[in-house]
Design a protein around this ligand. Structure first.
Ligand code: RAM
Length: 351
């Protein structure tokens, strides 16, 4: 009996909702987020921040269907295929970190042409007209410069260093490398970047290119910079295995959780990064503001409200050093300045 009454009540409610008309029921916004790959603490942190922002917006009465998905390991073709499938589901916005800046342009353009708001975060696509906004962690100039400064402090102003990067087509890594070179010629003319290797943001490949570098330049290399969260712990491991812990400076961009053990042992003294939780959080607020029209593509002097982060400026034009040389970037929102993690503060962070 109870069930029958319950059923009757449900039916009445359904009819009432029906009477209100489909137009009046609040349609959930579909926001999809596709990182370069899911299997890394770095991107898991961006997911955490994104979900926090979604929960806050829901708390303010905004209905959202949020989906976070991507290749589990770095794979540009798979990332493109997955985005293509997601575009067919017609989300309101899609937030992408591009593993390869050029390769993702067509699928981003396709999404934008279908009326989907396209936001890149962490790693941009090569053509700014293929997306509305790029949520960058900070300027490339500051991040690349910060890494070279660490090398200068720990290995001296005439250090010889090499780089272990991610994918050769990665716009973020390539731009940080360009900014490193600019910093070297502006501030440390005797410093030398001797080699760049690509570990494709895969652990085994990163380890193996780090080993190659160490063997090739044995005794002639003062430092290795790995501007990728995947490669930095692998470079540290390779340095330890070669008996070079403490003898070669290893630094780069990675998360405190990936690097804690190496920082505590002293193999790595300084890790540079921004807060990736905040980056994902900001990206969702930007996506939402773009959907509602609060942020308008190309308009000068706008700002975006991003919950606990306060506001961030949305810049129509930003001069920065990039993979393509000094460039005026279009429609960029910056998270903030990079941060240094050391033995003294690393335990305060859990991402
Ligand atoms: C890897 C990715 C990502 C980059 C970080 C620092 O996780 O390449 O794009 O921002 O490293």
């Amino acid at each position: 009996m109870r069930y029958i009454r319950g059923f009757a009540l449900a039916l009445t409610l359904a009819l009432l909702v029906g009477l209100a008309g489909p137009g009046q029921a609040q349609k959930a916004l579909k926001i999809f987020m596709v990182p370069k790959f899911t299997g890394a603490a770095y991107f898991a942190a961006t997911e955490k921040g994104a979900k926090e922002a979604v929960a806050e917006l829901k708390g303010r009465g905004v209905a959202i269907d949020f989906l976070y998905t991507g290749p589990s390991v770095a794979n540009t073709d798979e990332e493109i295929r997955m985005i293509d499938d997601l575009v067919a589901q017609k989300p309101d916005a899609i937030i992408i970190s591009a593993n390869d800046a050029e390769a993702l342009v067509p699928v981003a353009k396709k999404a934008k042409a279908a009326g989907i708001k396209v936001i890149t975060y962490d790693a941009d696509v090569a053509d700014p007209t293929a997306r509305q906004w790029f949520v960058n962690q900070g300027t490339f100039t500051l991040v690349g410069g910060a890494l070279v400064d660490v090398v200068a402090e720990q290995a001296g102003n005439s250090a010889r260093f090499a780089v272990v990067s991610a994918d050769p087509g990665a716009f973020n890594q390539n731009s940080w490398i360009a900014a490193m070179k600019a910093r070297v010629s502006a501030k440390y003319p005797k410093m030398q970047l001797v080699d760049i290797r690509y570990g494709l943001d895969k652990p085994a490949e990163s380890f193996s290119v780090a080993q190659d570098l160490i063997n090739k330049y044995r005794g002639q290399l003062d430092a290795i910079i790995a501007p990728t969260s995947v490669a930095l712990p692998k470079v540290a491991e390779a340095a330890e295995q070669a008996g070079l812990a403490g003898k070669i400076v290893v630094t780069g961009l990675s998360t405190p959780n990936d690097m804690r053990e190496f920082v505590k042992k002293g193999t790595v003294k300084t890790v540079v990064l921004w807060n990736p939780v905040d980056l994902g959080y900001l990206a969702v607020y930007v996506a939402h503001a773009t959907i509602t029209g609060a942020l308008k593509e190309g308009m000068a002097k706008q700002s975006v409200r991003a919950g606990r982060l306060g506001t961030r400026e949305a810049t129509a034009q930003l001069n920065d050093i990039t993979a393509k040389g000094p460039l005026t970037l279009r429609n960029v929102i910056l998270l903030g300045a990079p941060f240094r993690f050391t033995k003294e503060n690393i335990d305060k962070f859990n991402f």
